[in-house]
Design a protein around this ligand. Structure first.
Ligand SMILES: [Zn+2]
Length: 460
């Protein structure tokens, strides 16, 4: 049994059911789980280890619900900078097809290092192509070393160009291989227990890159094993046209036809949805990974974030792949979510009521999406808030920094309104991943060097 006491925090924001916030806050952790939160004066004075966080805001670790770590290898590729989704994909598929297992490993470490430093304690990743002998295991090993909680989505693509899909045949796999590897990784790695550091998700890539049969078979398999399902959905108008032409359905109706609506499913993006689609998500309990930077970067559109929240849909945040963001900055993504929702509200308010000012989403509401929301989307009851019994996954930011000066009246909101930097502490299950601003689990100069070499090899 070991205990860790966090004390004297400028503010401890719990994001618990009642959204308690404690100025001069403290938290007692026992064996990686939270025992108590409250004011410093009300908690024990000592523990096996004590961390004085005077001047810091402490909050639950952020949860990233959609990413493609391997895309850190293709950031800001000139030929893909100014394209919409389908053309962006067509430019990048051949480059990604040259990846090796080492590239998957090093890109996982790079993305996770960036996530850790930007406040993320749990990340989901969607790896959907496995060229040159790459396996999900390469990601899992990279993630294990960095130390973030990981939901590894075993992605897939089976519908190549010759069968009417978008990706070239060279990067798709047979459905037999895909399903047998899904079984292998679930049986080898999936841990559903409280405090789990690793869960497996089944994740056919998108309606335009897998067959109807693979969608159905993946759903059956996931339900047999009790793992979650994930895919891209309703990201662009091109996708909607594709679904209507190939399947005779709009994207959400197509998902319903393949038994993909349920509380064990979450969709990335879901930008182009009708009100009846939102009601279906609500009825079936589906979650959404909102990816504002990517949606703006590719010109995909505005997801109806506020409508989702009003209907009680579980919404988490995703930085999306590092080729369409081109960053893995979680706190930055929270800020983007706030700004994007406000811009949309402004545009709607202007068109609906002239001068009347619309209600604007708050910093606390977007932080809630990135913490409690992400936990709900991933189906986790043990993370997303700082309260008794939950995992000790938290971050702390020193507010005595240039970008936060003058924000003393509301330091929690300042984290979102001001320019987001790196966090100073990031603990997962009570263990430090970032400590006093330093990543404890990898050497960043070595990582940058290896990653740059791998990226350069890919484009040659
Ligand atoms: Zn994506």
């Amino acid at each position: 049994m070991t205990t860790l006491l966090i004390k004297n925090a400028l503010l401890l924001a719990t994001m618990d059911e009642e959204r308690h916030e404690y100025s001069d806050g403290a938290m007692l952790i026992r064996d990686g789980f939270i025992e108590r939160t409250g004011f410093t004066k009300d908690l024990p004075e000592t523990a096996d280890e004590v961390l004085d966080l005077s001047g810091h805001v402490v909050l639950p670790g952020l949860i990233n619900t959609h990413h493609h770590f391997y895309q850190t290898l293709t950031r800001a590729v000139p030929g893909a900078q100014n394209s919409n989704l389908f053309n962006w994909l067509k430019t990048l598929y051949p480059i990604w097809g040259r990846m090796t297992p080492e590239d998957v490993f090093i890109s996982t470490q790079t993305a996770m290092a960036e996530l850790a430093l930007s406040g993320c304690t749990t990340a989901s990743d969607h790896l959907y192509l496995f060229p040159n002998g790459s396996r999900l295991d390469d990601e899992i090993e990279g993630a294990r070393q960095i130390g973030l909680r990981f939901h590894a989505s075993r992605g897939s693509m089976s519908l190549g160009e010759s069968k009417g899909g978008l990706p070239p045949d060279s990067v798709v796999d047979s459905e037999e291989n895909i399903l047998s590897d899904c079984i292998r990784v679930i049986e080898k790695y999936h841990d559903p227990k409280a405090g789990s550091m690793l869960q497996i998700v089944l994740a056919p890539c998108s309606p335009f890159s897998v067959s109807t049969e693979l969608m159905r078979d993946s759903a059956k398999l996931a339900r047999h094993y009790g793992v979650h399902l994930h895919t891209h959905l309703a990201e662009t108008e091109d996708e909607e046209e594709f679904c209507l032409r190939k399947f005779g359905y709009k994207p959400v109706d197509y998902m319903e036809s393949v038994d993909w609506l349920g509380p064990d499913v979450w969709f990335a993006h879901s930008v182009h949805v009708r009100h009846e689609d939102i009601r279906k998500f609500q009825h079936f309990g589906c979650g959404v990974a909102h990816c504002p930077s990517s949606n703006m970067r590719l010109g995909s559109g505005f997801a109806p974030l506020v409508e989702y929240l009003q209907e009680g849909i579980h919404v988490g945040l995703g930085v999306d792949g590092s080729a369409s963001n081109d960053s893995s900055h979680m706190l930055g993504e929270v800020r983007q979510a706030l700004l994007m929702a406000r811009l949309r509200a402004g545009l709607q308010g202007a068109s609906l009521s002239g001068e009347k000012s619309p209600k604007l989403i708050t910093a606390r509401e977007v932080l809630e999406i990135a913490t409690r929301g992400g936990a709900a989307v991933l189906g986790r009851k043990d993370i997303g808030a700082l309260e008794s019994g939950k995992c000790a996954d938290f971050i702390a930011i020193d507010m005595n920094k240039l970008q936060y000066t003058g924000s003393f009246q509301d330091p929690l909101s300042a984290l979102i309104f001001c320019n987001p930097g790196w966090v100073d502490y990031n603990f997962v299950q009570g263990k430090p991943v970032v400590f006093r601003g330093e990543l404890r689990t990898a050497n960043i100069p070595d990582l940058v060097n290896q990653h740059n070499k791998a990226a350069a090899r890919l484009v040659q």
